[in-house]
Design a protein around this ligand. Structure first.
Ligand SMILES: *Cc1c(COP(=O)(O)O)cnc(C)c1O
Length: 360
């Protein structure tokens, strides 16, 4: 068996100890005589799995008691619709557009109400995150929506917008669990699991209780946060196996020292890569320095053919999925929590060698 260094933006690497535990428990979970995949979601054994997963996430993120944690399906994309359906009480919301996903979220919300684009970084192909001051937000907005870490463009908010009394909603799909965040600054946080939490098929929603219960009448019952909160995320069959794996990922992060420690490791990994990119004569980071993502590192050579050759050679050497998103081109190294420091060190060694061989 040989594992590659997988730089995929998602689904992405999972921690090896978690995969090992899952494989050990595959045929017989904890004496139940069955795999978690085969288990009734109403069984006592599974009830403990989902409750423990929630408890671990609450501990990890220090989620205040007045927030519900929901384990849903449909990806972050379904939340593009669920957020306006549940939160647009007065039919108006503010969106900051800092990349492709926030644009999609805003377009979807516009089907349900009035969407005000407060700021956008489209002018520079999303290489930065707009800085928005409190007085720029609409006084009567039901919420302000941001995409915290822009997976495709490799940028991240280096501040939390101050929206005053207006609830702040964040798509944190690719930034959640990368470092500590103050949940109390947000009305709602949502994230697809497949970037930094577990397998696909699970979407985590962390929502302040006073925002639940205002869904528009036509909201599908499965998308109403109240339905899901009242039924402990089990109105219907949840994404059982993904929740089980995510629970083990939460415990793995707790075991290495929680999000403070995770942040240190992530900053170290990102620094190794960005420091090299800043010194390289061949490669160049595309995101502006003060908004560089810890999780998704985008870079180019400036020559599309050379980018292609680099990705092909890298894959042969065991560094896979480095091709950038088609809207940015070049390369993207996603270095989520499960990517070991060694993976980034070895990638940089490989890049240095490639640079030497391709010196102009
Ligand atoms: C991946 C991603 C999405 C889309 O997630 P799905 O789970 O595929 O719906 C949305 N927003 C961000 C920030 C992402 O990284």
């Amino acid at each position: 068996m040989s594992r590659v260094y997988n730089f995929s933006a998602g689904p992405s690497m999972l921690p090896v100890p978690v995969l090992e535990k899952a494989s050990k428990e595959m045929l017989d979970y904890n004496g139940s005589g069955m795999s978690v995949m085969e288990m009734s979601h109403r069984s006592a054994v599974y009830d403990k799995i989902i409750k423990d997963a929630e408890a671990s996430l609450r501990k990890l993120m220090s989620i205040p008691d007045n927030y519900k944690v929901l384990f849903l399906q449909g990806g972050a994309t379904l939340q593009f619709s669920a957020v306006p359906l549940n939160l647009m009480k007065n039919g108006k919301a503010d969106y900051i557009v800092s990349g492709q996903f926030s644009k999609k979220a805003a377009d979807e919300a516009a089907r349900y109400g009035e969407v005000n684009i407060v700021a956008s970084s489209k002018d520079k192909n999303f290489t930065y995150v707009p800085k928005v001051e409190k007085d720029a937000f609409s006084k009567d907005a039901d919420y302000v929506h941001i995409c915290y870490n822009n997976t495709i463009f490799g940028t991240v908010y280096n501040y939390i917008p101050d929206t005053g009394d207006i609830p702040l909603v964040a798509d944190m799909s690719s930034g959640i669990l990368s470092k500590p965040i103050d949940v109390s600054k947000f009305g709602l946080i949502y994230a697809g699991a497949q970037k930094n939490m577990g397998p696909s098929g699970l979407t985590v929603v962390i929502v302040r209780e006073d925002l639940i219960g205002f869904a528009r009448p036509e909201t599908p019952i499965i998308m109403d946060y109240k339905t899901m909160a009242d039924n402990d995320s089990m109105y219907n069959t949840p994404s059982c196996y993904s929740i089980y794996v995510a629970g083990m990922v939460f415990d793995w992060i707790l075991s290495i020292g929680g999000l403070e420690e995770m942040q240190k490791i992530n900053e170290k990994k990102a620094a190794i890569l960005y420091d090299y990119l800043d010194s390289s004569k061949l490669f160049k980071a595309t995101a502006e320095k003060e908004h560089r993502s810890l999780m998704n590192v985008c870079f180019v050579t400036g020559d599309a053919e050379l980018d292609k050759a680099f990705c092909a050679e890298a894959a042969k050497a065991g560094f896979v999925n480095l091709k950038g998103h088609r809207s940015v081109g070049g390369m993207r190294a996603s270095i989520y929590n499960a990517m070991p420091v060694e993976g980034v060190e070895k990638l940089v060694e490989f890049m240095k060698d490639f640079e030497e061989r391709n010196a102009k």
